[in-house]
Design a protein around this ligand. Structure first.
Ligand code: CP
Ligand code: NVA
Length: 306
């Protein structure tokens, strides 16, 4: 049975630690891994736009000696009604892994049901697990062991927030999520994160007060207020999300050595100010780079090529 990575919760805490250690090694000595995927092809299907994910996966597969194929769904027969299951069946005859960025999580599950090779979620409306691998590696680089550290996420209870809740809990972190009323993360994800945190010594707090969440935090994190597919809600969202912006005042509430993360793309002046994203606490460029190293580790692990 091939392993899929549709949710960060598809790996155990022990496997997550392993992936992050492996990513750190790959980052240190990339040349040691230059032919690990020789003769292998990885399909990268995008049903939404992407800069970091597309480029880091393409460059990552190539730097492992494999062949990446970046495919937009509109130019595949998918765009003309071929099912996602059949697409998975066929691509599995040519490719050794399939990466999909899409809307509903059920499309990833359908692709995985048809495919006989590992399927990776490179963002759905529900989760963004590849992002969280990079985020956690960045926390480790800047802060050491994440266990017992506090991460405050301010903004929309979206895909990134969901994966952060689950992944942070797996490493024993204290997660605080502050969103406007009505934009909280979905209750099943919060309950699952609480269950994980109980076992790892972490904790989960979801509320609506951004200042309370930021106070004393080791990591401040935010994401866009309107995700891909929600563009039409942008103007009305700005009105309710403005108190959740990460600015100098929020940063001043956090720990003195706090770092700031953002999955990017940033809407500067909305969820984060120029002063903060360009300031000394910002780790966002290292965070973006770490997409490359963590995804290489993920592919090697899923394909048994470590
Ligand atoms: N953070 C992230 O997934 O960026 P892209 O949308 O550019 O891939
Ligand atoms: N929540 C954002 C993340 C982008 C990387 C979105 O889904 O558009």
């Amino acid at each position: 049975m091939d392993r899929d990575f549709l949710s960060i919760d598809d790996v155990t805490p022990r496997e997550l630690h392993h992936l992050l250690e492996s990513a750190a090694k790959i980052k240190q000595s990339p040349a040691d891994y230059a032919i690990r995927l020789a003769g292998m092809a990885v399909a990268l299907i995008f049903e939404k736009p992407s800069t970091r994910t597309r480029v880091s996966f393409e460059v990552g597969v190539a730097s492992l000696g494999g062949h990446p194929l970046a495919l937009s769904s509109s130019e595949l027969q998918l765009g003309r009604g071929e099912t996602i299951e059949d697409t998975g069946r066929v691509l599995s005859r040519y490719c050794q892994a399939i990466v999909l960025r899409t809307f509903g999580q059920e499309r990833l599950e359908a692709l995985a049901a048809g495919a006989s090779v590992p399927v990776i979620n490179s963002l759905s409306d529900y989760e963004h697990p590849c992002q969280i691998l990079a985020d956690l590696l960045t926390v480790i680089e800047r802060k050491g062991d994440p266990a017992g550290r506090t991460l405050a996420y301010l903004g929309d209870g979206n895909n990134v927030a969901h994966s952060l809740l689950l992944g942070g809990a797996m490493l024993g972190m204290h997660l605080r999520v502050a969103t406007p009323t009505g934009f909280e993360p979905i209750p099943q994800v919060v309950e699952r994160a609480e269950e994980i945190a109980t076992a790892t010594g972490g904790s989960i707090a979801v509320g609506n007060n951004p200042e309370a969440a930021a106070r004393g935090a080791d990591v401040l994190y935010t994401d866009v207020w309107a995700s891909m597919g929600q563009e039409r809600e942008h103007a009305e969202r700005v009105l309710v999300f403005t108190p959740y912006r990460i600015d100098a005042d929020k940063l001043a509430l956090a720990a003195g050595d706090a770092i700031v993360l953002h999955c990017l793309p940033a809407h500067r002046g909305e969820e984060i100010t120029d002063e903060v994203i360009d300031g000394p606490a910002s780790a966002v460029w290292d965070q973006a780079e770490n997409r490359l190293h963590t995804q290489k580790a993920l592919l090697l692990w899923l394909l048994g090529r470590e």
